[in-house]
Ligand binder design. Structure first.
Ligand SMILES: Nc1ncnc2c1ncn2[C@@H]1O[C@@H]2COP(=O)(O)O[C@H]2[C@H]1O
Length: 154
C-alpha cells in the first residue's frame, strides 16, 4: 500500500503563458525541492485533437474554445512527477484554478492573476492523472531511475 502511494504519479503541464514567461525552471525547481521525482518531461505544441480530448469534460463550458486556442497558442512543457500523494500535494503547490483565490507561496498565487492565463495544469485525481499521462506520453517516455547523487559527485 505504502509502496503504491510512493509510486503515485501526476501529470503537470506548464501552459503556453508559463513557457513564454520563462517560468519553467522555477516550476521544475519547486517540484524537485519538494522531494518529487521527475519521470518524464517534454516541450510539445499540443494538437487541437489532443487538447479536445484532454478538456473533454469542459466541452460545454462558455470558455471552452478560448481555452483550446490559449492552450494551442504555443509550446507547453508536459511533465510526469512521482512520489507520495503527489496528486494532492501538486494541487496544493499549484493553488486554486482562479489565481485570485490562490495563496501567496503557491505557483498561481505567486505568478499569475487571471483564470484564463493560469500558467500551469495539474491532474485533479489519481484517475485523471493516469488518463492524462496515457494521453500525453508514450510508455517509452516514462523513465524508471533511482536517485543517487553521491555517485555523480565522487
Ligand atoms: N472561467 C474561466 N474562464 C477562462 N478559463 C477558465 C475558466 N475556468 C477555468 N478555465 C480554464 O480551464 C482550465 C481547466 O483546467 P486547469 O485547472 O488547468 O485550468 C483551467 C483554466 O485554464
Amino acid at each position: 500500500m505504502a509502496e503504491r502511494r510512493m509510486n503515485e504519479r501526476t501529470f503537470i503541464a506548464v501552459k503556453p503563458d508559463g513557457v513564454q514567461r520563462k517560468l519553467v525552471g522555477e516550476i521544475v525547481r519547486r517540484f524537485e525541492k519538494r522531494g518529487f521525482k521527475l519521470v518524464a518531461l517534454k516541450l510539445i505544441k499540443a494538437s487541437e485533437e489532443l487538447l479536445r480530448e484532454h478538456y473533454w469534460e469542459l466541452r460545454n463550458k462558455p470558455f471552452y474554445s478560448t481555452l483550446i486556442s490559449y492552450m494551442s497558442s504555443g509550446p507547453v512543457v508536459a511533465m510526469v512527477w512521482q512520489g507520495l500523494d503527489v496528486v494532492k500535494t501538486a494541487r496544493k503547490m499549484l493553488g486554486e484554478t482562479n489565481p485570485a483565490d490562490s495563496l501567496p507561496g503557491t505557483i498561481r498565487g505567486d505568478f499569475c492573476v487571471e483564470v484564463g492565463r493560469n500558467v500551469i495544469h495539474g491532474s485533479d485525481s489519481v484517475e485523471s492523472a493516469q488518463k492524462e499521462i496515457c494521453l500525453w506520453f508514450h510508455q517509452g517516455e516514462l523513465h524508471r531511475w533511482e536517485s543517487s547523487p553521491n555517485n555523480w559527485i565522487y
